[in-house]
Ligand binder design. Structure first.
Ligand SMILES: O=C(O)CCC(=O)C(=O)O
Ligand SMILES: [Fe+2]
Length: 311
């Protein structure tokens, strides 16, 4: 019997997060290469322990069991940031957004909307998780900036980042339902760090035209995805991968996803623009881009960024 092995996403161990060490430099090269080739990779990141992941899973199931009238209190002035309920075109998916989850006060504000009498365990668990996963996002971003020789922009960029954590539930499809969890799209954040929190697979990434692979759950791992804004910032070097969620089987799936956003303008560093690599995207305001995308379902793929700020 011929066994065809399924291609897998590159797996990178994010063990040493001290900038400048030899292992940091070699990890930076792997990270940037993976983002250029596939637009994503699997990050093994042991700072988030199995125990913490288990507590996050136990915690994040709970708000979804609340009545819809409670969940809709999770609102935001930014698109896609508040409660997204199941809709006919996307019946399996719902999500809640926790903005600025690295601040315990902000997590508590979310918690108090869901449980007016408080829920310290939820707040503390989400806050610990958010802090550690944000460190992973920061390391990846710093590595990419360093690989392109533009680390000098990292600190100022860092000062203007917002971190949105979205907790997502995908219900197992009933026999007469579609198994599409989330339709094909590219991400509009700057970097996405996705934690699949229970062992139900479903995330699929297009690594080449028409070639889709399934992310298979690995303990202590996260999927880091590049996005349209990062692709534009890198002048097209980094790929923004199309991805989707397809549900199989009888179990609900939970994920918790960090989306980083930059307040203000994202601009390709002049150092990575030259005659051979002319500027491909004009400077653009990140949240205005998000508003633009939210106006039309058709903009959920990669053409939106070209329409918005392509040269
Ligand atoms: O839940 C997942 O695995 C993917 C979610 C996703 O792609 C998104 O929210 O942009
Ligand atoms: Fe996505």
């Amino acid at each position: 019997m011929v066994s065809l092995s399924q291609p897998k996403l590159p797996v990178i161990h994010m063990a040493d997060l001290n900038p400048g060490t030899e292992s940091w430099i070699s990890t930076s090269q792997k990270v940037t290469q993976a983002l250029e080739k596939y637009g994503c990779f699997v990050a093994v990141y042991e700072r988030v322990s199995q125990q913490l992941k288990k507590e996050v899973l136990d915690s994040l199931r709970t708000p979804f069991d609340l009545p819809t009238d409670t969940k809709i209190n999770n609102t935001s002035d930014k698109p896609f940031h508040g409660y997204m309920r199941p809709v006919p075109t996307r019946p399996l998916y719902q999500s809640l957004g926790i903005e600025h989850a690295t601040s315990l006060d902000d997590v508590q504000r979310f918690t108090n909307l869901m449980w007016p009498s408080g829920n310290h365990h939820f707040s503390n668990t989400m806050h610990s998780y958010a802090t550690l996963v944000t460190e992973l996002e920061n390391a990846v971003r710093q590595m990419v900036f360093q690989s392109y020789g533009v680390e000098k922009y990292y600190e100022s960029f860092n000062e203007s980042m917002n971190y949105l954590f979205k907790v997502m539930k995908y219900s197992a499809p009933k026999p007469d339902q579609t198994n599409l969890g989330v339709a094909v799209h590219t991400d509009k954040s700057f970097i996405t760090v996705l934690g699949q929190i229970n062992e139900v697979n479903g995330l699929e990434v297009e690594i080449e035209d028409g070639k889709w692979i399934t992310f298979e759950f690995l303990p202590l791992s996260f999927v880091v995805l590049a996005t349209d804004p990062l692709m534009a910032w890198s002048n097209g070097r980094v790929k923004s991968p199309r991805h989707r969620v397809i549900m199989n089987g009888q179990e609900d799936r939970y994920s918790i996803v960090l989306f980083s956003y930059k307040k203000g303008i994202i601009q390709t560093p002049e150092e990575i623009v030259d005659q051979e690599h002319p500027l491909r995207f004009k400077p653009f305001d990140h949240y205005k881009f998000l508003d633009f995308v939210s106006k039309d379902e058709n903009y959920l793929d990669e053409k939106a960024i070209k329409l918005f700020c392509g040269v």
